[in-house]
Write a protein that binds this ligand. Structure first.
Ligand code: A2P
Length: 286
């Protein structure tokens, strides 16, 4: 990858720009609109939203008003945890399209799996929700379908019960939270891993090891984290409401991390999961 609009090839034949702009927690309509407009202006061509982010309207408007050809911007949305099952998920996809003001999205993901903690029939629920995504793809409403926060157990169960395999799994991924089992499984099965919170929600910025590596390359810790994901074939989705940081987070193509530095980052204690654990979360309850 040499530029932010260079693309990863997906298993379904589609292509996805190698850095995406994350929009989680950017809820205020004015801020969301401005942030996405700024992101597109500085070169992002991949915007990641979700029904639960409460900003699809602003995202859609900013994409439309950018003047960039719709086909040149990759837009992802997600079906939230209270929309599981075939009927609810189908309606949720239509509602997202309406809020976005789009007749298709480039990608739709199941945001969180139903898990064994909350449902004895979690496998059937995930399979039913997935069927809605498969149908939306066949109807042309969604180009690529995938999942988010799925661990190996959720993926293997889904694969036994689906016609179309997920092309993407979007998980928490950053130094100190490598999810090695899931990433290994995805790599072996041609599922692209996307990293949410690639800079650890900003909480890694003061880490001494990362600061030392950043100093060596004359880069910021945020840039090292983003490059670390790319170096591992993982697609980072950094977010920021500040234009200078948006620019900085794309400026990661003029250096390569030495394998020794990658090894040092991989040796960091793997204990920094900042979001929910997919097997522990309890918001996927209808
Ligand atoms: P802000 O929106 O004020 O710029 P992640 O993408 O890992 O969830 O991290 C997002 C957090 O990191 C946000 O709080 C964002 O704050 C901050 N952030 C994003 N990019 C940078 C950067 N280049 N330098 C410092 N902080 C950043």
């Amino acid at each position: 990858m040499n530029r932010p609009d260079d693309k990863f090839a997906l298993a379904d034949g589609n292509f996805i720009p190698c850095i995406g702009f994350g929009t989680y927690k950017i809820e205020d309509p004015g801020v969301a609109y401005r942030s996405v407009a700024d992101a597109l202006e500085v070169g992002y061509r991949h915007i990641d939203t979700a029904a639960i982010y409460n900003n699809e309207k602003s995202v859609g408007a900013a994409v439309r008003d950018s003047g960039i050809d719709r086909k040149d911007v990759f837009v992802t949305t997600k079906v939230w945890a209270n929309e599981l099952g075939y009927d609810r998920a189908s309606r949720a996809i239509d509602a997202s399209l309406k809020r976005l003001g789009m007749d298709y999205v480039d990608m739709c993901l199941i945001h969180w799996p139903a898990n064994a903690k909350n449902y004895s029939d979690w496998q059937a629920i995930n399979a039913d929700t997935w069927r809605a995504l498969e149908q939306a793809k066949m109807d042309g409403k969604v180009k690529t379908i995938g999942v988010s926060n799925f661990l190996v157990s959720h993926l293997t169960s889904l694969e036994e019960n689906c016609r179309i395999l997920p092309a993407v799994d979007q998980i928490e991924y950053h130094p100190g939270c490598l999810n090695a089992d899931t990433v290994g499984y995805c790599k072996a099965n041609n599922i692209l891993v996307q990293a949410w919170s690639p800079i650890g929600r900003g909480r890694l910025l003061g880490d001494h090891l990362l600061e030392g590596i950043a100093h060596k390359y004359n880069k910021s810790v945020a840039q090292i984290c983003i490059k670390f994901a790319l170096a591992n074939g993982v697609l980072p989705l950094p977010k920021s409401t500040h234009k200078d940081r948006m620019i900085q987070n794309l400026d990661v193509f003029d250096f390569e991390l030495d394998w020794t530095d990658i090894g040092d980052i991989e040796s960091m204690e793997d204990n920094r999961r900042y979001g929910s654990h997919p097997d522990e979360q309890n918001f996927c309850v209808l």
